[in-house]
Design a protein around this ligand. Structure first.
Ligand SMILES: [Zn+2]
Ligand SMILES: [Zn+2]
Length: 727
């Protein structure tokens, strides 16, 4: 038999798969098998993507695999990995890398494996001895008693019952105890912020209707599936609909995947699933230890767990007989992967659901125009408790000094007096966003990127938010010696100090990438804000994610139209979502709430619609605008970025890609650029934008143009990256 193998190497120019002859002594090799194969002078891991009876290669050039790992990728995941590679113009190896079992490593030996521990359990004779009548030493008696309720790891017996190894061996010799090596599950802990035990609740009419629509899709034709958009305002109980839908899927013997934007920022969603379904839930995310990841993945693969909850990478979880994929907060940009392959988990979820005949259920209070147009809508326009959405007031800041409007100051003072809770959003971290010399006008810039440095005062450093470069904050100008250094603009750090002075003694908690970057940083900040009777939570867009704090009565957005000042086709959509999401965090309890939105230009369309809680009106206008300009979802955009360590090669590569694309222009593809991009992490960059109404044609054209350029030895100084559906 011939195995067609994709070697897992990072080279872009390879054209696999490659043929290997499988010897008779290597049984069980088939599609999905993982093999160690000789590849040129090296030995590499490869995945069998197909098999054949004969090869095109002459007999003498065929070689045999060195070993089989005896493990197989499920066919569904193998196909999905290869599809991602094609759809996002990446390589098969990188696509397959997304679906491999965790800890696979590069050779025959996995880097991570199951943890086995010695476990003791009573035999029938041992259980009989519980009733007495058997002569036992005091340690032996303690051990038997400790085992009365079932098997226990030996290490725990030693710790809790003071029963050492020798005692257990002695009991084993007497036939009272059985000792064996069992797999011990390494359990990831899910932070439980905001996870109040809700138990069984009765559904609202809207929830009933939404659930019925999901069930209808599940039942009428289980192989067809369907794509649904659950458009529900914040507090309308979307999570309860997801929970019931998952329960229905489990009852039908199928599995489910629940995607959430980020576990640390939406802890209550993950913990509510664990609360409802217990061990049937596996959690997969990047903050797990390698051992935890391994165990959770295999629990799904074996079918011990049938629901996977996690961020974007969980879309590749090995869930068998998939019946449902939920995409919670589907507007969240974290569903897009930054590195190659730059996949969008929402699109991968659509594809996987379609292949598996599963239902796709995307939910949001502020859906994307793409989903609004393409998915069947289920609407939940009111909150479960019938409380109204809070009134939103737009405050113009043009010509005003300081970062807080008088109305905002007054509202925060009320929070102080009432000892209440408020959330304040400013989507800019640090102290000031640029620093300049008042003597000569020098602006402190990153030596690696063409951007200004941001002052972080608590750490007394200037930092680059693109590459991580940091240097001490200046006390004088190195060019003219002036000690008058101006700090311009305000970030969350400065706002935190201003708020602290304003609301003292109410505590102020800051949540942004500086405070929430560490493993538990975000959960700690959210936890302490939740636990305190009064407080102000200030931070970047992280504070507007799906938390539910019923005692928040005031929401404030500072500089809400900052995003609109940059040219970006999604700027309107982002601004609308940010303001509407923050508004949804306020007034979820009996005290009601209010929202204040500060902006330079409060007449912006996205702000006006957000103030009216009018997603429908906003999306209708946004889709009309996109259609007129020929933007997604009416076209597909593909971005190609060429970069190089010095100026020149990046432009040459971009010109070569453009030349290779040129013949496709007649076929309905338009090309914008090359245009230079700002230097980043020391790399000169140029970009091309390809646009077409025909998605497949645009992707195929770019893939082939990039492969041509990658194979051109004269362009070796440049790196190419492709981003389909850039955000
Ligand atoms: Zn100066
Ligand atoms: Zn930089």
């Amino acid at each position: 038999m011939i195995a067609k193998v994709e070697p897992l190497t990072s080279a872009r120019a390879l054209r696999g798969p490659f043929d290997y002859r499988v010897p008779r002594e290597m049984p069980g090799v088939g599609v999905g098998s993982m093999l160690v194969v000789p590849f040129g002078p090296r030995r590499v891991l490869g995945v069998v993507v197909d098999t054949a009876d004969r090869s095109e290669l002459p007999e003498e050039r065929l070689v045999e695999p060195l070993a089989t790992l005896g493990r197989e990728l499920p066919a569904e995941l193998l196909r999905l990995g290869l599809w991602v590679a094609r759809e996002y113009c990446s390589t098969p190896a990188r696509g397959l890398g997304l679906v491999l079992p965790p800890g696979t490593g590069r050779g025959a030996a996995p880097r991570v494996s199951a943890r086995r521990v010695l476990v003791a359990e009573l035999t029938a004779a041992g259980r009989a001895a519980l009733g007495g009548g058997v002569r036992l030493g005091s340690r032996q008696r303690a051990a038997i008693a400790a085992l009365s309720r079932g098997a226990v790891p030996a290490a725990r017996l030693a710790r809790e019952a003071g029963c050492d190894h020798a005692t257990l061996r002695a009991l084993e010799r007497r036939g009272l105890v059985e000792l064996r090596r069992d797999e011990l599950r390494r359990r990831p802990s899910v932070p439980g912020v905001g996870a109040r035990g809700r138990g069984e609740v009765s559904l609202t009419a809207d929830q009933e209707a939404a659930l019925a629509a999901v069930m209808a899709r599940l039942d009428t034709s289980p192989e067809v599936g369907g794509r649904l958009l659950l458009h529900g305002v914040t507090g309308s109980g979307k999570t309860e609909v997801y929970l019931r839908a998952v329960a229905a899927v489990l009852e039908r013997g199928r599995g489910a995947i629940v995607l959430v934007p980020e576990i640390a920022l939406t802890p209550q969603t993950a913990s509510r699933f664990e609360e409802r379904f217990g061990d049937a839930v596996a959690v997969l995310h990047s903050r797990l230890s390698p051992g935890e990841r391994y165990d959770e993945w295999w629990r799904l693969r074996r079918g011990d767990a049938r629901v996977c909850v996690g961020p974007r990478s969980a879309v590749f979880a090995p869930v068998e007989r998939l019946g449902l994929i939920v995409v919670d907060e589907e507007h969240d940009s974290s569903y897009k992967q930054e590195g190659d392959p730059r996949y969008d988990a929402r699109r991968v979820a659509e594809r996987r659901a379609e292949e598996a005949g599963a239902v796709l259920l995307a939910g949001s209070a502020t859906p994307r125009p793409e989903s609004w147009r393409a998915l069947r809508r289920l609407s939940m326009p009111s909150r479960v408790d019938r409380r109204p959405l809070p009134p939103v007031e737009l405050l113009g800041m043009a010509g005003r000094a300081g970062s807080l409007h008088p109305r905002t100051r007054a509202a925060l003072e009320e929070v102080r007096t009432a000892r209440g809770k408020a959330i304040v959003l400013l989507n800019r971290r640090g102290w000031s966003n640029f620093v300049s010399c008042r003597g000569c006008g020098r602006v402190w810039e990153c030596p690696q990127c063409d951007v200004s440095l941001v002052l972080h005062r608590a750490r007394a450093r200037l930092a680059c938010h693109h590459c991580g470069h940091a240097e001490p904050a200046p006390s004088a100008c190195p060019d003219c010696g002036s000690v008058s250094v101006g700090r311009h603009g305000a970030g969350t750090e400065r706002l935190e100090q201003e708020l602290t002075a304003l609301v003292d003694p109410v505590p102020v908690t800051r949540l942004d990438a500086d405070t929430g970057g560490a493993r538990a940083g975000a959960a700690t900040a959210l936890g302490s804000f939740e636990a305190a009777p009064a407080g102000v939570l200030v931070g970047t867009q992280m504070v507007a994610k799906g938390h539910d704090f019923p005692d928040v009565t005031l929401g404030v957005v500072i500089d809400a139209d900052a995003t609109l000042r940059f040219p970006d086709l999604r700027a309107e959509e982002r601004t609308f979502a940010l303001v509407a999401q923050l508004a949804g965090r306020s007034g979820r309890g009996p005290a009601g709430g209010a929202v204040l939105v500060q902006a330079l230009d409060p007449s912006a369309r996205s702000l006006r619609h957000a103030a009216l809680h009018d997603a429908e009106g906003f999306l209708a206008g946004e889709l009309a605008r996109r259609k007129e300009l020929g933007y997604p979802p009416f076209t597909t955009l593909v971005r190609v970025v060429c970069s190089a360590a010095s100026r020149g090669p990046e432009a040459a590569a971009a010109a070569a890609v453009r030349a290779a694309l040129e013949p496709q222009v007649a076929a309905g593809i338009s090309i914008l650029g090359p245009a230079p991009l700002f230097r980043r992490v020391g790399r000169e960059r140029a970009q091309l934008l390809v646009k077409s109404r025909d998605r497949g044609a645009a992707i195929d054209a770019v893939r082939s143009a990039v492969e041509t350029a990658a194979a051109d030895r004269s362009l070796r100084g440049a790196a190419l990256s492709v981003d389909v559906d850039p955000q």
